[in-house]
Design a protein around this ligand. Structure first.
Ligand SMILES: Cc1ncc(C[n+]2csc(CCOP(=O)(O)OP(=O)(O)O)c2C)c(N)n1
Ligand SMILES: [Mg+2]
Length: 744
């Protein structure tokens, strides 16, 4: 029996996609109705492209990139998978896929004009940067290849929820109240990319985990032979990606003619069967053609021969499918003409509707940079008074009595234990964070639990599904976290050293932090990234001692936390985990085991709101704004200034850098009229520059002296301790600045 095919949502082949019906014996053939549907989608996609090109030339839209030549491959995928059930991580060429899944031409034109009612982004993203919550199409960026790691994380989340359905339950009091979970147990994640984009490391990082964990991800490489002007053999050694990936275990592979929609449909059906059965991922390599230039701003005559362009035109899937309908007697020429005419009409009306649509409001630009549901500065997280000291169990702190002071390392570990007990959606992964990947060894060995032992005992208590080692690949860690969090999970991941966060920077800066804003609030990924940072340890040298927090406070959408003591680390980490925004949680390595910053375990409900500075030392003569490892150094300097000069310095520990407590700074500066901003990071372009500028701007009338800054030298951190000491600010540096500024 042939399924109805009036639109893609109704055209799902029952046999393979719900996992319950009998599997087809061979590739399933498509009936006439489905063949017409395929033609309809290919034609519609092409006409939307062509209309957009016209609108761009008329300057009514501002960007255009087409899917012309890729449609057959994508339509095959759309018909084989299930929108709103399976998950989709497409790229900019995937117009025909999205039409097949149920995105309407009107929605596409609304994005092209940047309308307020653009359902994908509210006028924030270029056209073809898809997003639909209802259809499970996750917001896509312009970055080539980032999406493949999201798909892997998404598939991991689906598996996790199907094994731990209790974790999907709604819960009040934290991010879970706003992150609803749906899962089916046999859903697949489809991600698509161009052949040029397979050169990105993230592609290989995604294959790695999908293969290793047998995740139900279908990778589709849309091979049009070019990445803008660069031909395939430059990107792909040997010119064929299928040959390069062939040895990844657990994969189902198919290399197909991507201009043939039936072959494509059959390949996707077979891939989905493999994935839904839990056998592993699949990769479909479709050879298609790029019929137009890369985008409207490109001219392919500059780098392609005429003969090649003419040969490509002969493989146009639209022409091929039209000929097939005629050849197979499915439609007559007149019927095709009538169908095309009605689709032309549909496209014209859709474009007209979009051009008349309201434009976004300038007043709403800042909406959805952060969660509008849960404010981490709010009283929800002000439970410091409710602290109920108890006994720490598990992990590094062992069964220590509550009143015994514990180190920052102990109390971070204790918070992770507490929160993982409370919230089954938390997973912890990163490099070497597990006690032992080969868990059997734990019967005799203590376990690693992180190079700084901050995650010690977590795997032992919560198992290898919730606490595990990642591959040695930072983009993999953060990219997958985005995918997990999109599904409602709470990844609390570790980057082993701040110095090695850079491979993940693309994911942090371009994906994690702006998923919510770019999708106009539809998607969010409230991940916590824990990162050991800083120097003062002697011997850390260039690649184990750097700071660089201002680079991250410069990213809208990302919260940045930097505690200076054990108690704050415990309470702020709890807020980071429970809140609904992505958080970079910076842990100063030198403070991990200091004795001066220890505190008794404050109990499992102790939270500190973001954006609330702590007055470390009250004073009247001068304000010193600082954070992290400079807090104890500033305190030393202030005590000396008091002893030797009678100067009373007020020290503010900011605790969180984004948001930061402007009120506390302003109140103190109004009182003292003198201010120093001190940090360990380099002076130039550092965090202090922003604070100094704002103080000078908004508190000018209150100042009796210039705003001073203290930071490290504008170099890297050297290995030899004499050099490191000279490079980093010392208590002596701060003392001198205090005395100097007081005398100004
Ligand atoms: C990370 C990144 N680098 C560079 C670009 C600029 N860029 C956009 S598309 C593209 C070529 C992509 O080629 P391919 O993956 O083959 O996809 P196609 O456009 O051919 O479908 C490049 C270099 C980008 N968007 N993202
Ligand atoms: Mg290409």
């Amino acid at each position: 029996m042939e399924p109805a095919v009036s639109n893609a949502r109704e055209s799902q082949p029952a046999a393979s996609s719900d996992g319950h019906g009998a599997q087809p014996l061979g590739p399933r053939q498509l009936g006439p109705q489905q063949m017409v549907q395929i033609y309809r989608l290919i034609y519609l996609s092409r006409r939307v492209d062509d209309r957009e090109i016209l609108l761009k030339r008329q300057q009514k839209i501002f960007f255009q990139i087409s899917g012309a030549g890729h449609e057959a491959l994508q339509v095959g995928a759309a018909l084989a998978l299930r929108p709103g059930y399976d998950w989709f991580f497409p790229y900019y060429r995937d117009r025909a896929l999205c039409l097949g899944l149920g995105v309407t031409p009107t929605e596409m034109f609304l994005q092209a004009v940047g309308a307020a009612t653009d359902t994908a982004s509210g006028g924030r993203q270029m056209p073809t940067h898809w997003s639909s919550r209802a259809l499970n199409i996750v917001s896509t960026s312009s970055c080539t290849t980032t999406q493949v790691l999201h798909a892997v994380g998404c598939a991991g989340a689906g598996r996790y929820f199907s094994r731990h359905p209790e974790a999907a339950a709604r819960a009040e009091g934290d991010y879970r109240a706003f992150r609803d979970v749906t899962f089916h147990g046999d859903e697949v994640a489809l991600t698509l990319l161009g052949e040029g984009s397979t050169s990105q490391g993230e592609f290989w990082e995604a294959l790695n985990t999908a293969s290793n964990q047998k995740l139900p991800v279908i990778f589709c490489v849309e091979d049009n032979g070019y990445a803008i002007s660069t031909p395939v053999e430059v990107n792909t050694p040997g010119g064929n990606i299928s040959r390069l990936v062939a040895n990844f275990p657990n994969f189902h592979f198919a290399e197909i003619d991507g201009t043939d929609p039936v072959a494509s449909f059959q390949a996707f059906e077979a891939a989905a069967v493999h994935c839904r059965a839990g056998l592993g991922p699949a990769l479909i390599h479709g050879h298609c053609v790029r019929l137009y230039s890369h985008a409207l701003s490109d001219d392919d005559r500059l780098y392609r021969s005429q003969a090649e362009r003419e040969a490509g035109a002969l493989r146009d899937p639209l022409t091929l499918m039209r000929a097939r309908l005629l050849r197979e007697g499915i439609l007559t020429a007149e019927e095709i003409a009538a169908l095309e005419q009605s689709l032309d009409q549909e496209v014209a009306e859709a474009a007209g509707r979009a051009l008349a649509a309201p434009l976004p409001l300038v007043a709403e630009i800042a909406r959805h940079v952060y969660s509008e549901d849960l404010d981490p500065t709010s009283s929800t997280f002000a439970t410091e008074q409710a602290a109920a000291p108890g006994t720490v169990t598990g992990g590094r702190a062992g069964n220590a009595k509550s009143i015994e002071p514990r180190t920052m390392a102990d109390l971070i570990n204790a918070c992770l234990h507490d929160e993982m007990r409370r919230d089954p959606r938390i997973i912890v992964y990163g490099e070497d964070v597990a006690d032992a990947s080969r868990a059997a060894v734990l019967a005799e060995a203590k376990g690693k639990g992180g190079v700084f032992k901050l995650t010690a005992g977590l795997q032992r208590e919560f198992g290898s599904e919730r606490v595990f080692n990642s591959p040695l690949a930072e983009a993999n860690i953060v990219g997958r976290a985005v995918g997990y969090a999109l599904r409602g999970m709470k990844p609390v991941v570790e980057i082993q050293f701040f110095d090695y966060i850079w491979p993940a920077m693309h994911q942090i800066h371009n994906e994690l932090a702006l998923m919510r804003w770019r999708s106009n609030g539809q998607w969010a990924c409230p991940v916590v990234i824990r990162v050991p940072i800083g120097g003062y340890l002697s011997g850390g040298a260039i690649y184990h001692s750097q700071s660089g927090e201002s680079i991250f406070t410069h990213i809208p959408g990302l919260r940045v936390v930097f505690p200076s003591n054990a108690l704050d680390a415990n309470g702020l980490l709890r807020t980071a985990i429970r809140c609904d925004d992505p958080v970079l949680f910076l842990e100063h390595k030198r403070l991990y085991r200091e004795t001066h910053d220890r505190a008794p375990y404050p109990g499992p409900e102790f939270a500190i709101p973001f954006g609330k500075a702590r007055i470390v030392r009250p004073g009247t003569d001068l304000t010193l704004v600082t954070y992290g490892a400079l807090v104890p150094r500033a305190l030393q300097a202030a005590e000396r200034a008091h002893r030797e000069h009678g100067i009373e310095v007020e020290i503010l520990d900011l605790r969180t850098l984004n948001p930061y407590d402007w009120e506390a700074i302003a109140t103190s500066v109004r009182k003292t009229s003198r201010v120093i901003v001190a940090h360990e990071d380099m002076l130039s372009w550092g965090y202090g520059a922003e604070l100094a500028a704002r103080i000078a701007d908004e508190l000018f009338e209150d100042l009796d002296a210039p705003v001073r800054r203290i930071g490290s030298m504008d170099t890297f951190i050297a290995y030899q301790p004499i050099l490191e000491d000279a490079i980093l600010p010392q208590p002596e540096t701060i003392f001198k600045a205090i005395v100097d500024l007081k005398a100004f």
